[in-house]
Design a binder for this molecule. Structure first.
Ligand SMILES: Nc1ncnc2c1ncn2[C@@H]1O[C@H](COP(=O)(O)OP(=O)(O)OP(=O)(O)O)[C@@H](O)[C@H]1O
Length: 315
């Protein structure tokens, strides 16, 4: 059975500092949900609250309707890869996983299975202290998958991986979601999230600012633009500005135009007898959309971009 993650009116104070501020969102099974936010916005804290490593000041974080600490054998429901997870450097990969398996009465045959799944079977007898960052991440994923859980909570799993490792992790997360699992993953790498995530939860200063698909976030961005190369950039820029657009020179014959469509720019150039060499709509990247969203003022943050009905689940 698959479980969703449901965060409701979550607040967390550290001393008198409010770090998580009335945060609510839902993560559904069968999807990779990216958890985005600037440094210090509260992603790791939220994940720690979900898995009971810290207590909320108020509000709830439920997995399949119950708190993590109420789960009887948690590794069978939730697999985690959190930054803080430490592995004893003197222990072999196999023994590390075997120890974890024994704490939850998971058969040792599963240890071999997950080692094979993450590509560490050949080095499973080696001490983890000699492992590269990529190998340690794979070992962390193996530990997360040990109990064949329906929910995976992964904090920055891609950070520090080489291109092969990123490709492997991306496909693994998609595969796990296709199997019907709930995959909740934080990342700083917007390009990766655009390729991997079906849904996004975006926070800033501990508050929800968007719960939507990557495409919806990009559509919200005001950074969409048109790249124009022409025979007279300076004159075209003047006309564009007089018509309500903005035009920034990229170099002597190219402009980046905002707030006017490519169609309109073409018409204006024709009216002015300016030759157009190139006219290309530029879709904002997820990174640009994210920058736009996280630089909105507080008033606009009071109206988060929630385009999915799961954001309105019952309290
Ligand atoms: N145990 C703690 N005691 C006091 N403050 C804390 C504690 N843990 C986190 N914080 C503060 O809470 C805020 C959110 O931190 P958190 O690590 O959750 O953010 P993050 O979004 O995961 O950041 P990053 O992307 O840089 O990892 C930060 O201001 C951090 O300093």
């Amino acid at each position: 059975m698959s479980h969703s993650i449901e965060v409701r009116a979550l607040r967390k104070f550290y001393g008198d500092k409010l770090v998580i501020d009335d945060l609510s969102f839902v993560v559904e099974p069968g999807t990779v949900t990216g958890f985005l936010g600037p440094n210090g916005s509260g992603k790791s804290t939220t994940m720690r609250l979900i898995v009971g490593l810290d207590h909320p000041s108020s509000g709830t974080a439920l997995i399949g309707g119950v708190e993590y600490t109420q789960l009887h054998r948690p590794l069978l429901t939730v697999g985690t890869l959190l930054d803080s997870e430490a592995v004893h450097p003197g222990r072999s990969a196999y023994n590390h996983l075997l120890y974890l398996a024994q704490t939850q009465r998971i058969p040792s045959s599963r240890v071999t299975e997950v080692l094979e799944l993450v590509g560490l079977l050949d080095v499973s007898g080696e001490r983890t202290g000699s492992f590269s960052l990529g190998m340690r991440k794979r070992l962390g994923i193996a530990a997360a998958l040990l109990g064949d859980p329906s929910v995976l909570i992964l904090d920055e799993p891609i950070n520090g991986l080489d291109p092969d490792g990123i490709y492997w992790m991306r496909n693994l997360m998609k595969h796990l979601a296709r199997e019907g699992r709930t995959v909740f993953v934080s990342s700083h790498l917007m390009g990766e999230m655009a390729r991997t995530a079906d849904h996004l939860v975006v926070i800033d200063h501990g508050r929800l600012i968007a719960e939507c698909t990557p495409d919806e976030l990009i559509a919200r961005s005001s950074r969409a633009s048109v790249l124009v190369s022409s025979s007279d950039s300076a004159r075209l820029a003047t006309v564009i500005q007089a018509t309500g657009g903005t035009a920034d020179a990229l170099d002597h014959d190219r402009l980046t135009v905002r707030d006017l469509s490519a169609h309109r720019v073409g018409e204006l150039a024709q009216q002015q007898n300016i030759a157009i060499y190139q006219l290309t709509p530029q879709e904002a990247s997820l990174e640009e959309a994210f920058m736009t969203l996280t630089h909105l003022d507080d008033v606009e943050h009071d109206r988060p971009l929630v385009t999915h009905s799961r954001g309105q689940a019952t309290p």
